[in-house]
Design a protein around this ligand. Structure first.
Ligand code: SF4
Ligand code: ZN
Length: 309
């Protein structure tokens, strides 16, 4: 029987793309080490900074909170957890409880902001109003408010960095979807070395070089409780087709996702240098926008039209 390539221990997981076999402790260490390398390679977090980890209560974000907490002492930075309560009856409460429990266990401050508090409505109400508006999917609509809510929560913790749990699969899927939508201008926003002086928060993705299945395995074996039920409004459409396609390619050609990530980063870095991607203040609310009214103000206007009809 093959033994762990690092310590000779009992085999637990084989990385098909590298041929490496790892025992469980070495597998777990490898995820932490990979996140550490990614953070340092792209200078995601500097010593002395304060990092707000966006924690939904699902396996990826809880794993990220745990990993960044483990890295924070040697890395010399502060970690806090931030969560968003969108207002989805019967769904979000469980996830928020898992986020709260892990934060308490790690001794990390945790704050929750809600759509109702920030925008005056719950997601349930907003999607009810949006009924009949076919141009925008639930997640595109919700995502705009989520990003703003995360920024607001991070500002309350005085963080200079917001970390989200996007993994390698998410990154490559988003890259391909931007190409498929003809949305080349958005590629620049995926640049891990992106910084925008007009926007005080840096967004980082420390798991962007870790396969989704490895983050999932890490979470399952960490003994954490996490929410496994999906949001009832989840509408992935094209993303799930892209995910299936990438998984098929990876099964037939191990390492394909890694290669795709490398190619995506290469394209993004060549493109982002020339794209002039600075935010400008939204003329309505003053928050950063890529030009004209920001997404939140546009979505709010859309909602108001429906409510007033
Ligand atoms: Fe919002 Fe979609 Fe996430 Fe549900 S799955 S909380 S609708 S972004
Ligand atoms: Zn605005």
């Amino acid at each position: 029987m093959t033994s762990c390539s690092k310590c000779g221990g009992r085999p637990f997981y084989t990385r098909r793309y590298s041929g490496e076999t790892l025992c469980e402790p070495c597998f777990r260490d490898s995820i932490v080490a990979k996140a550490r390398r990614t953070v340092s390679k792209y200078r995601m977090i500097e010593r002395g900074e304060s990092v707000a980890v966006a924690v939904s209560g699902g396996k990826d974000s809880l794993s990220l909170l745990k990993v960044l907490h483990d890295l924070s002492a040697p890395g010399g930075y502060e970690v806090s957890a931030i969560s968003v309560d969108e207002g989805v009856a019967g769904y979000r409460d469980e996830a928020l409880a898992h986020a709260r429990d892990l934060a308490a266990q790690l001794g990390v401050p945790h704050i929750v902001v809600s759509y109702r508090e920030l925008f005056g409505f719950s997601l349930d109400e907003a999607l009810d109003w949006k009924e009949g508006e076919r141009d925008v999917s639930s997640c595109s609509f919700c995502g705009v408010f989520r990003r703003r809510a995360i920024d607001e929560a991070a500002a309350r913790t005085n963080a200079s960095v917001v970390a989200t749990a996007h993994n390698l699969d998410d990154f490559v899927q988003t890259f391909l979807m931007n190409l498929m939508h003809g949305d080349v201008a958005r590629l620049a926003w995926l640049d891990p070395a992106y910084s925008d002086d007009s926007f005080p928060l840096r967004r980082v993705k420390p798991f962007m070089e870790v396969y989704e299945e490895e983050v999932a395995l890490f979470a399952y074996r960490s003994g954490m409780a996490f929410q496994s039920v999906s949001c009832p409004y989840m509408h992935e459409g094209l993303r799930s087709e892209v995910r299936d396609y990438l998984n098929q390619m990876e099964a037939a050609h191990p390492g394909m996702k890694n290669v795709m990530l490398g190619s995506a980063l290469d394209v993004i870095s060549r493109y982002s240098g020339s794209s002039g991607k600075r935010s400008v203040p939204c003329p309505r609310c003053g928050k950063p926008s890529s030009g004209g009214p920001c997404g939140v103000c546009r979505m709010k206007a859309l909602l108001e039209q429906h409510v007033n009809q």
